[in-house]
Design a protein around this ligand. Structure first.
Ligand code: HEM
Length: 165
C-alpha cells in the first residue's frame, strides 16, 4: 500500500464515538464495534447548543419533547441517562435543591435527607464554582447500574420534576 492511499482524514465525530466506547469498556461496561465514517459538521459554535441540551431543572414534559425533537423516545432518554454512572456535576447545577428550594422547604423534600446533607457537605454555600461531585456517589468510576439504584432511593442530584429519572 502506498502512503498516499492511506486515509489521513480523521473525523472528530468518529474519534468521539471511539473514545466514548473505550471509556465505557475500560470502566467495566460493554465493548462494541464503532461504525466509522460520520461526517463532521462544517460549523461549530457554542451558541448553536443553546436550548438543545437537557437542563437539570427541566421537567419531564420538557425533557420528553427535547429528546423527541431528536427522534428519541422516553425509554431512550431513561436508558441514555445511565451515562451518569460516570462523570461529574458542578455544584451550581443543584444548589437550589439543597439551599433555598422554597421558603417553606429550603431543601427539596423529594431528596433523600441523608443524601441532601452529603451534597451540602461537598458543596457548601460559598463553594468554588469549579467544584464538581460524582453523579454516581457509590461507584463513580465503574460503568454499572448504581446510578439507577440511587434514583430509586431519591438520591439524585438533578431535579427532573417529579419524574423517576
Ligand atoms: C435526561 C436528561 C439529562 C439531564 C437533565 C442531564 C443533566 C446533566 C447535568 C446537569 C450534568 C452536569 C454538567 C456540569 O455540571 O457541568 C450532566 C453531566 C453529564 N451528562 Fe447528562 N443529562 C441528561 C442526559 C444525559 C445523556 C442522555 C447523556 C449521555 C448519553 C448524558 C451524559 C452526561 C455525562 C457523561 C456527564 C458528565 C460530564 C463530565 O463529567 O464532564 N447526560 N448531565
Amino acid at each position: 500500500m502506498r502512503l498516499q492511499d492511506v486515509q489521513t482524514t480523521f473525523l472528530a465525530a468518529d474519534i468521539l464515538a471511539i473514545a466514548t466506547r473505550d471509556v465505557v469498556n475500560l470502566s467495566g461496561g460493554l465493548f462494541w464495534a464503532v461504525e466509522l465514517g460520520r461526517f463532521d459538521g462544517l460549523v461549530s459554535k457554542a451558541s448553536s447548543v443553546n436550548g438543545k441540551l437537557p437542563q437539570p431543572t427541566d421537567d419531564l414534559n420538557r425533557l420528553n419533547s427535547l429528546f423527541a425533537s431528536n427522534g428519541l423516545t422516553q425509554s431512550d432518554m431513561v436508558a441514555l441517562s445511565g451515562a451518569h454512572t460516570v462523570g461529574f456535576s458542578h455544584c451550581d447545577k443543584f444548589t437550589k435543591r439543597i439551599y433555598g428550594f422554597t421558603p417553606k422547604n429550603p431543601i427539596d423534600p423529594t431528596l433523600n435527607a441523608q443524601y441532601a446533607t452529603q451534597l451540602q457537605n461537598m458543596c457548601p454555600k460559598t463553594v468554588d464554582p469549579r467544584v464538581a461531585v460524582s453523579m454516581d456517589p457509590i461507584s463513580p468510576r465503574i460503568f454499572d447500574n448504581a446510578y439507577y439504584k440511587k434514583l430509586d432511593q431519591w438520591q439524585r442530584p438533578f431535579y427532573f420534576g417529579s419524574s423517576p429519572l
